[in-house]
Design a protein around this ligand. Structure first.
Ligand SMILES: [Zn+2]
Length: 450
């Protein structure tokens, strides 16, 4: 038995000298033609690719063969306005790898003054986590987290979230669709489960089979079926009957037949009906009058007349007014100001004064500001840093605050908020319905934004 070492053989005609000029030519021409196979392939590492080529050329004293002004201008265009970070290509998301490559190139050219270096510093700082590490948006981990969530019936979370099963499905499923991974869930099973949760007596939908129906789960079920384009799988006329049955003489809505009145349920009612194109089934004028009666002196809204303003309820009331085309009753500037004041030094947003920041408020506040046309009043890069810091690096998923246990609820609202902030790797989300914008467009659902 001979001793075999894995290796290759150098052929006689292999080059024996350093082919400097050829290398210069190779690097100079590389990726010039947009037809090059490599051009497309390496699109996502364009700036790092420039760093390799350019540094190789400078090491053999041929840097002048590259068009310096073009390279510098390209880097300038790759600096992200929101975060200060630098992306591989124009209109891609910034990344720490490309940020370093860009700075290396500009140092070599002695052209650091051509980008906003203070913003680069902000970007790097924003990526440091409480444990000292650095991280970015962990999309694949989040998909894995949601897909696996509640799969085992032994899971602690499985039992805990039994009562919010249908809403839980809506959170997970919408989060997956926003990152284009909806196909990882078993659509037929989900649709069949929802069908079984429709109550024969009332037409409403419950969280689980054999539970009592509730308006929250009825909306979640309708949202899921809209996303799947499977509304014909339930009796939608009966859903409309159910929503109509919950409207009170003063125009308000209860969440179920025993429940208290709350502006959240006014939102659920009109959102459900709008998605079914049956807003005409209720007394919209009275419904609006009730929501208007919950408006406070600070521009915010509470759950009932004279209740304290709260970001979650403000979202519900603005969503309600967006659907009913009555944003004219809002005190726009005062409310937008109140919402902006929810941002804390950590970059995170709270739901009312003196409370801790929480990822889900990133959604309630940002969607409200988007409806008001005042999204730019928030410090977007600080907020993005806060949201990214709430990712669980090990399991995927987002938690309410850095270091807490992640769940599908905060995962949806973290991703949806990043979508509103303009992340390129997340699909656009509709601020009124918290659903993929393409679904709202497909169904031709009307909503008002200021
Ligand atoms: Zn929360």
């Amino acid at each position: 038995m001979s001793l075999y070492t894995k290796d290759i053989t150098l052929s006689a005609d292999s080059p024996k000298e350093l082919l400097l000029e050829k290398h210069v030519e190779f690097i100079t021409k590389y990726g010039k033609s947009e037809d090059d196979y490599e051009f497309g392939m390496t699109d996502y590492l364009r700036i790092s690719g420039m760093y390799w080529g350019l540094t190789a050329l400078e090491l053999v004293d041929k840097l002048q063969t590259l068009p310096q002004a073009e390279v510098v201008l390209f880097i300038k265009k790759c600096q992200d306005e929101d975060t200060g970070g630098i992306s591989a290509c124009i209109n891609h998301d910034p990344h720490l790898l490309h940020t370093l490559s860009a700075v290396q190139i500009l140092c070599t050219y002695d052209q650091l003054d051509k980008i906003n270096t203070d913003r680069v510093v902000d970007y790097v700082v924003s990526l440091q986590q409480p444990d000292g590490s650095f991280t970015e948006l962990l999309l694949e981990k989040h998909v894995e987290f949601i897909t696996k969530y509640g799969k085992s019936e032994d899971d602690y979370e499985f039992g805990m979230t039994d009562y919010l099963r249908i809403s839980g499905m809506y959170w997970g499923l919408t989060a997956l669709e926003l990152v284009d991974k909806l196909q990882t869930l078993p659509q037929a099973e989900v649709v069949l489960f929802i069908k079984k949760c429709q109550d024969e007596d009332t037409g409403g939908i419950s969280a689980c089979i054999n539970h009592d129906p509730h308006l929250l789960h009825t909306l979640s079920a309708v949202q899921i079926l809209c996303t799947y384009d499977q509304l014909d799988k339930i009796n939608t006329d009966r859903v409309v009957d159910y929503v109509v049955s919950l409207q009170q003489p003063d125009g308000s809505f209860t969440g179920d037949k025993w429940g208290e009145v709350d502006t959240r349920f006014s939102f659920c009612a009109v959102a459900t009906l709008a998605l079914l194109n049956r807003l005409d089934a209720i007394d919209v004028e009275k419904a609006v009058a009730f929501v208007e009666s919950c408006k406070n002196f600070d521009g915010g809204f509470g759950s009932r007349p004279l209740s304290e303003s709260h970001a979650g309820l403000i979202y519900c009331c603005l969503g309600f007014l967006s659907i009913t085309n009555r944003l004219d009753i809002v005190n726009r500037e005062a409310l937008a100001w109140w919402l902006c004041e929810r941002q804390l030094p950590s970059g995170g947003l709270n739901g009312r004064p003196e409370k801790l920041p929480d990822v889900c408020y990133s959604w309630w506040v940002l969607s409200s500001l988007t409806i008001l046309g005042r999204l730019h009043w928030i410090n977007a890069s600080a907020l993005k840093s806060f949201i990214l810091a709430c990712q669980d690096v090990e399991t995927g998923g987002f938690s309410d605050r850095p270091g807490d246990i992640p769940d599908p609820y905060h995962t949806l609202f973290g991703l949806a908020a990043l979508s509103l902030l303009g992340s390129n790797c997340i699909k656009p989300v509709n601020p009124t319905f918290c659903m993929p914008q393409h679904v709202i467009d497909r169904l031709k659902i009307k909503y008002q934004l200021l």
